[in-house]
Design a binder for this molecule. Structure first.
Ligand SMILES: *Cc1c(COP(=O)(O)O)cnc(C)c1O
Length: 321
């Protein structure tokens, strides 16, 4: 029996049920502004949408776990803040979006879902059209849960590099607190990680501090204390959840500038994101992290994080049809 089984056993059962489902939306459901929901593989974006042409958009990703929406309001709060920074408005409104997402999950029958909500500038036919004249578009999709780190890898830990050939885009260029799809830096980092025989990149700020990786925050553990970078990062909901678990466990933590050197000296290293939860990392730049196994703090955070998905304070049950 592995330390991850109490979560994965039920999950595997639900996935097996989904696989034999005859629901046309079992592989994913999308809403792109029309009257109806569409199966995910038929959903389309108009060519002239500035979200597509210029990545003029923001998005957010909450998840559903075992039929319960997890921290949906945290994700809607962050989306609203991002929209305000980009001077976009949610065409559905907050409650309208919330209701539609719940309806989509219920319609699809998906019990463990990756949920994506995207708001774009919208269609803009002529270059000189002022951005405020655009009618913003919204795209929603619900697909089966995505793992940034596979179950098998989570048990023993993944491998990462600190990217040498690319840095995180500076906050003065692209605001990292606005969740965005301008992944040029991350994509280069992922390619470098693969070239160096590893799975995940961690990007620096170009000034020898850690920032984050390709869609996840970075947390390191040293002498029982958690450290996670303050600047150049998306303020992750998973990071918030994990720090709340740390509080319950009586583990101190700090959000601060974290020099790269601290990663090499860490006892434990973990990545955190909605699409994968708490992901242990046991190799960094080809060397073991700590003793090279998934450490006790990571295991406790992992368990606390998944257990929180059943806490009514942070999740609510979906009424499936
Ligand atoms: C989504 C994302 C994260 C993780 O945020 P969560 O709210 O925990 O899912 C971290 N970094 C980047 C760049 C992201 O896009």
């Amino acid at each position: 029996m592995s330390w991850t089984d109490h979560i994965f056993e039920g999950y595997r059962r639900r996935v097996a049920e989904l696989e034999i489902s005859e629901n046309p939306f079992a592989h994913g459901i999308a809403w792109t502004g029309g009257p109806d929901f569409v199966p995910i593989d038929q959903a389309k974006v108009p060519l002239l949408d500035q979200g597509f042409l210029k990545s003029d958009l923001t998005y957010d990703v909450p998840a559903v776990w075992d039929g319960r929406f997890f921290r949906l309001d945290d994700h809607l709060d962050r989306l609203e803040a991002s929209l305000a920074k980009l001077r976009l408005t949610n065409p559905l409104g907050r409650q309208g979006m919330r209701d539609k997402l719940v309806e989509m999950v219920a319609t699809s029958g998906i019990r463990d879902a990756y949920v994506m909500m995207i708001v774009t500038r919208g269609l803009r036919y002529i270059r000189q059209t002022p951005p405020e004249d655009c009618v913003n578009n919204c795209y929603l999709m619900v697909t089966p849960y995505l793992w940034v780190m596979d179950e098998a890898v989570q048990k023993t830990g993944g491998s990462a590099v600190i990217a040498r050939n690319v840095r995180r885009v500076p906050a003065g260029a692209i605001d990292p607190t606005v969740k965005n799809l301008q992944w040029g830096d991350f994509t280069r980092g992922i390619l470098e990680a693969r070239d160096r025989g590893a799975q995940y990149p961690i990007l620096t700020d170009g000034d020898a501090n850690l920032t984050e990786g390709s869609g996840f925050n970075v947390v390191l553990v040293k002498d029982g204390k958690l450290f996670t970078p303050k600047r150049g990062v998306l303020e992750g909901v998973t990071r918030k959840s994990v720090l709340a678990v740390a509080d319950k466990l009586g583990l101190p933590w700090v959000i601060d500038d974290i020099p790269v050197g601290m990663a090499y000296a860490a006892d434990e290293l973990l990545f955190v994101t909605t699409a994968g939860g708490v992901m242990p990392v046991t190799r960094l730049d080809g060397q073991p992290v700590g003793d090279g196994t998934v450490g006790p703090v990571t295991r406790a955070l992992w368990k606390g994080y998944w257990d929180a998905h059943y806490d009514p304070e942070h999740s609510f049950a979906i009424n499936y049809y």
